[in-house]
Design a protein around this ligand. Structure first.
Ligand code: ADP
Ligand code: ADP
Length: 220
């Protein structure tokens, strides 16, 4: 059954129409690639889904919640159902790897001993344990993205939304991040990834591929 439903979703920035009547259902456990040229509306669609932008028109239901009608009080709950990964990592530079990942759970009010257990677990999964006390600027891009990935999954989200997660990484680092997405998809997490990396897309036999051009969706 769909975990994300978009009905006739449009988005304007002033006079610029970034998304035109998007209709899209994504089922629980799906792995979906969104491709399309720069400016096609990929980031805008993802931002709407992770609550960073609002749609100008249309209806969106994420994990059973209608984004247009969701109460302020319920927003934090919905945000915790989503893990977001960005091209430029967005780590806090003057906080350690541990602190960057732990922050998500601290904000959610999880108790300290459980935070420690969960943070150590995701750092083990992402292979970043030995950098636990490092500050992000001392890490390579690939390592920073592994930390950002750990942060995205530490709250056990139902959906991972990744906007060009391998866009600034070398091939080997990109492969590591992609394999982590596949691993979480195997656990049942729904994955939505905007990517230009056709090499990765073509080298996996997993996933649905949808294409945006000029704000219009083409199912492939
Ligand atoms: P993509 O991610 O596919 O490169 P975007 O969603 O970033 O595309 O952008 C879609 C269109 O919307 C582009 O024409 C872009 O310039 C425009 N756009 C994106 N964000 C904004 C914004 N905050 N204000 C005005 N225009 C924007
Ligand atoms: P992406 O392709 O990943 O969206 P961009 O470099 O196009 O990255 O955009 C970077 C940021 O600038 C985004 O947050 C986007 O919302 C904003 N942006 C993009 N186009 C415009 C625009 N025409 N006017 C204002 N902000 C924009």
């Amino acid at each position: 059954e769909p975990i994300i439903r978009c009905f006739n979703v449009s988005k304007w920035y002033e006079n610029l129409c970034a998304l035109k009547k998007i209709n899209l259902d994504i089922c629980t456990g799906e792995f979906v690639f969104i491709t399309g040229p720069s400016g096609a509306g990929k980031s805008t669609l993802l931002k709407i889904l992770y609550l960073d932008e609002t749609a100008s028109e249309g209806q969106i239901v994420v994990d059973g919640m209608n984004l247009a009608r969701i109460s302020k009080a319920r927003m934090p709950y919905l945000r915790r159902r989503l893990g977001v990964v960005f091209q430029d990592f967005k780590l806090i530079p003057n906080r350690t790897v541990y602190e960057n990942v732990a922050l998500v759970l601290e904000v959610a009010g999880v108790k300290k001993s459980l935070i420690r257990q969960k943070v150590l677990q995701v750092l083990r999964i992402t292979g970043m344990t030995r950098k636990i006390h490092a500050l992000p600027p001392t890490l390579s891009g690939g390592e920073q993205q592994r930390v950002a990935f750990a942060r995205a999954v530490v709250g056990e989200p139902a959906i991972i939304i990744a906007d060009e997660p391998t866009g600034s990484l070398d091939h080997d680092s990109a492969r590591i991040i992609f394999n982590l997405l596949v691993k979480y998809n195997d656990k049942g997490v729904t994955i939505l990834i905007a990517s230009h990396n056709l090499h990765l897309i073509n080298n996996t036999n997993r996933g649905r591929h949808i294409h945006l051009t000029n704000g219009e969706l083409q199912l492939m």
